[in-house]
Design a protein around this ligand. Structure first.
Ligand code: AMP
Length: 535
């Protein structure tokens, strides 16, 4: 199928998407659109943001909405205000030529009375965050009895952000006949459980490999001493000229700190996090979209809903708490057929996390070396030369001034003029990177940049299991469980902490992954064990 005309979409929609520049359906659209346009079955689609999923469900929802009926006919739940607004904007774009369809965004943090007022006037499609939707239901301000379709968008994120109860309450309020559609980048157990509990034999659609990162994204990591993290970031940014990137930090404070340092160091950067007012956030996002800033330092939550398709890089200045969060971050690059690079900066104690992520995304990371001062300078110099070569000499405006230049520089040999011009720009880098130290930590991998897979990691890491004292677990019993799960020589076990419900213990980083996996296959006192990295 090569264009949108085969799906049975009405002309008003075809005209709108043509104006939006959609020519060919994306893979998720090719699979989901026909299903939603026909049939009535529930659908679970594994698709990341940036794949065109909003149109995949949005176009059929708009078409199936009766403009003459003011009742709410479709409900879309999504995790954040930004995404809520983005989806609403997209749907309004699709419905541009069906003005009778009203699409309303409802989300927390904004006046509920205003949202109630608009709801009362009637909105056939409501896009909501689960918490606010629940509020509206409790106040009896939203009526869902005519809803024919409910979409859970970014279901994994919604549950991650603690919306499980709200989502379930809303699902229970739905009319019997409602059609349920779920979109999720990953399918963790919690999400599968919701599908199992509330959906009726859903049609499952996977775009690309389950849980895999996009094919267009290469994954790289750099290993540095924790104290050198910022310096490493600067080198990476200086080496990769013209970077257009989101730099992810875990906390608001870190976001602020890194952005402030970058700005003080003269980079076109700014911070995006939840402490900003909505106005400030909108301003930062706008500057980033216009490329007035090229480095956006953001928390995961704040960056969601930011619709930027052509990032060259995503930088994990700090890894997210959960490996799964990495897919969301890296999926922000490598979109719309473009190549993208997802970079992780880790310290020695965090390197084992790379292995977890590799398993999740089913792709290997390349262990890259932080460029030396010399390498950064060469890269910058090349950039400068490229810019010189691109200067348009046909620009007549300079002509009247040339005699002044010729006279002033008459005594200077041409090669000196060139040298001085270059140094004018380049001195900043030369002096900064003169005697710059090697920031790389760990062994330099042999044979190019590939990571040595046989490294030994003696750092202790903490694992956690779902059983504790109330299951009869004692330190000695726990050691027994660990030993039974590990054939071969006994592991060195560090500190053990057993609380009522869970237990934590330390083991060598090199063994942690396999041990967690092996323990998760085992049981203790008839209780299945779940082992994972402790936070
Ligand atoms: P989404 O995954 O829904 O967030 O969409 C990602 C971006 O791709 C949005 O900016 C859409 O406007 C755009 N998009 C969606 N479908 C198409 C298409 N078939 N052709 C071109 N762009 C599209």
């Amino acid at each position: 199928m090569t264009d949108f005309t085969h799906f049975g979409l009405e002309l008003a929609l075809l005209r709108a998407i043509k104006e939006l520049g959609f020519e060919k359906p994306t893979p998720v659209q090719s699979k989901v659109l026909p299903l939603l346009m026909k049939g009535t079955e529930d659908v679970v689609a594994l698709a990341q943001t940036g794949t065109g999923k909003t149109a995949a469900y949005g176009l059929p929802l708009v078409q199936l909405t009766d403009p003459a009926n003011p009742a709410t006919q479709a409900l879309i739940l999504c995790p954040t205000r930004e995404l809520c607004l983005q989806i609403t904007k997209d749907l309004n774009g699709f419905a541009k030529y069906i003005p009778e369809i009203r699409i309303l965004a409802v989300y927390g943090g904004a006046s509920i009375s205003e949202q109630i007022r608009v709801l009362k006037r009637g909105a056939q499609i409501v896009v909501a965050t689960p918490g606010r939707m629940n509020d509206l239901l409790r106040r009896k301000s939203a009526k869902l009895d005519a809803v024919a379709s409910i979409v859970l968008d970014e279901a994994d994120e919604m549950l991650n952000m603690g919306f499980q109860e709200d989502v379930e309450t809303i699902l229970k309020e739905m009319p019997e006949t409602v059609r349920k559609l779920m979109f999720s980048a990953t399918m963790p157990r919690q999400v599968a459980a919701i599908a199992g509990k509330y959906m009726h034999e859903p049609e499952e659609i996977t775009i690309g490999q389950r849980n895999s990162g996009s094919e267009n994204i290469s994954h790289e990591y750099y290993m540095v001493h924790a104290k050198d993290r910022y310096l490493a970031l600067k080198r990476i940014v200086d080496f990769n000229r013209n970077m257009y990137a989101i730099i992810f930090c875990r906390t608001r404070a870190d976001t602020q700190e890194v952005a402030a340092k970058l700005m003080a160091d003269g980079y076109p950067a700014d911070a995006l996090h939840g402490d900003l007012t909505q106005d400030q956030r909108d301003r930062v996002m706008k500057k980033f979209r216009n490329r007035a800033i090229q480095l956006l330092v953001a928390t995961d939550v704040a960056a969601r809903g930011l619709d930027v398709t052509d990032l060259t890089h995503v930088i994990n200045y700090e890894l997210p708490d959960e490996a799964r969060g990495y897919t969301h971050r890296s999926g922000r690059t490598g979109r719309a057929g473009k190549e993208g690079v997802s970079i992780v900066i880790v310290n020695l104690r965090e390197e084992y996390k790379i292995g977890y992520i590799e398993r999740l995304i089913k792709q290997k990371f390349v262990h890259k070396q932080i460029p030396s001062g010399q390498e950064v300078c060469v890269s910058q110099l090349r950039g400068l030369i490229e810019r010189l070569q691109q200067v348009d000499l046909r620009d007549a405006a300079i002509k009247p001034f040339m005699p002044i230049v010729a006279e002033a520089l008459a005594a200077m040999p041409p090669d000196e003029v060139v040298k001085r011009c270059i140094l004018l720009e380049f001195n900043r880098f030369l002096s900064y990177y003169k005697d710059a130290p090697d920031l790389n930590q760990g062994q330099r991998p042999a044979g190019g940049h590939e990571r040595s897979r046989t490294r030994t990691d003696h750092t202790l890491v903490k694992l956690e299991i779902n059983l504790g004292a109330r299951n009869g677990l004692t330190p000695a019993e726990l050691i027994g469980v660990i030993n039974r799960a590990t054939p071969g020589p006994q592991l060195r076990i560090g500190r053990i902490q057993i609380t009522e419900h869970i237990s934590q213990f330390e083991v060598a980083g090199e063994a942690a992954r396999d041990l967690a996996h092996a323990m998760s296959q085992a049981s203790y006192n008839n209780r299945k064990i779940t082992a994972r990295l402790a936070r």
